[in-house]
Write a protein that binds this ligand. Structure first.
Ligand SMILES: Nc1nc2c(ncn2[C@@H]2O[C@H](COP(=O)(O)OP(=O)(O)OP(=O)(O)O)[C@@H](O)[C@H]2O)c(=O)[nH]1
Ligand SMILES: [Mg+2]
Length: 258
């Protein structure tokens, strides 16, 4: 049980890919009194991320022998956190793009704010330009959020963020194992959270862009944008009973991982 939240077991999971330059800083900035365990998923990095991570006190390092990409890495880390009995799971990136100092606010949104899942919103943090978010990403994130808010009947500003916290109930319920393994995994998780009736909120976070903090270029962003719109369509088609999507269907208790 963490020192600050004695009745909850809290894990920070870090997806890390070629993060040798940043992993130590990401670990150092985590307020340890809020966290029981830091689980680092090294996604078969070609640099010495795993070796460096293994030296960090309080961190459990899982190295994947094959590259799992961003979604596959998260699946393995969520499975592990559930297996180990954690009540709250906070997701951070090994590139240290998301301020670990915000972990307490993310956790409090769940423990005191009544949320089941929370997104760290760079837009609500009002520093997108100062933090170096490219203008086209800022505009497209806002346009996508506008569409998503209408479809999901929410009022959030940054669904494309990589900083999230989930309650155990969310991870036990949504069939995340059926999602895509690439960058689009996160968007499917957002949709599942809404579909399964969980309360999704946000807390403001600072924006941080620097060379190591992004591999997503204009074309990947465009792909991401179209896929996000398609995910919204899938959600609506599914709800209207016009077409079924398995990742929006409840987990099958008989099948491991849903
Ligand atoms: N396995 C794998 N993981 C990756 C790859 N690219 C990125 N990742 C992981 O995904 C995380 C986020 O990648 P970024 O490229 O920063 O993407 P993003 O944060 O969603 O988008 P930006 O807002 O552009 O930074 C990284 O911290 C890595 O852990 C990849 O090619 N393979
Ligand atoms: Mg990034």
């Amino acid at each position: 049980m963490s020192a600050k939240v004695p009745d909850k077991k809290i894990a920070v999971v870090i997806i890390a890919y070629n993060a040798a330059k940043t992993i130590e800083a990401a670990w150092r900035e985590i307020p340890k009194e809020w966290v029981d365990l830091i689980i680092i998923g090294d996604d078969c990095s070609q640099d010495n991320t795993a070796e460096l991570a293994r030296r960090l006190p309080g961190a459990l390092v899982i190295r994947h022998e094959k590259n799992q990409h961003m979604g596959g890495n998260q699946m393995i880390l969520y499975d592990k956190a559930l297996e180990m009995g954690f009540d709250i799971v906070v997701l951070l990136h090994g590139d240290n793009q998301f301020d670990p100092g915000k972990v307490p606010e993310m956790v409090r949104a769940l423990t005191e704010g009544g949320a089941d899942a929370v997104l760290g919103s760079r837009i609500a943090g009002h520093q997108t330009r100062e933090g170096g978010m490219p203008r086209y990403k800022e505009i497209s994130n806002k346009v996508l959020a506008f569409v998503q808010n209408r479809a999901y009947r929410l009022n959030l500003s940054d669904y494309a963020t990589g900083y999230k916290a989930y309650s155990r109930k969310v991870l036990e319920t949504i069939p995340y194992r059926r999602n895509r393994r690439d960058f689009l995994f996160d968007e499917q998780v957002n949709t599942q959270i809404v579909k399964f009736g969980f309360r999704l909120t946000q807390v403001p976070i600072p924006t941080r862009y620097f060379p190591e903090a992004t591999t997503v270029n204009f074309w990947t962003s465009l792909h991401y944008g179209f896929f996000t719109l398609w995910t919204v369509c899938q959600y609506l088609l599914h709800n209207w009973g016009l077409k079924k999507f398995t990742y929006l269907e409840p987990r099958d208790e008989k099948r491991a991982g849903g």
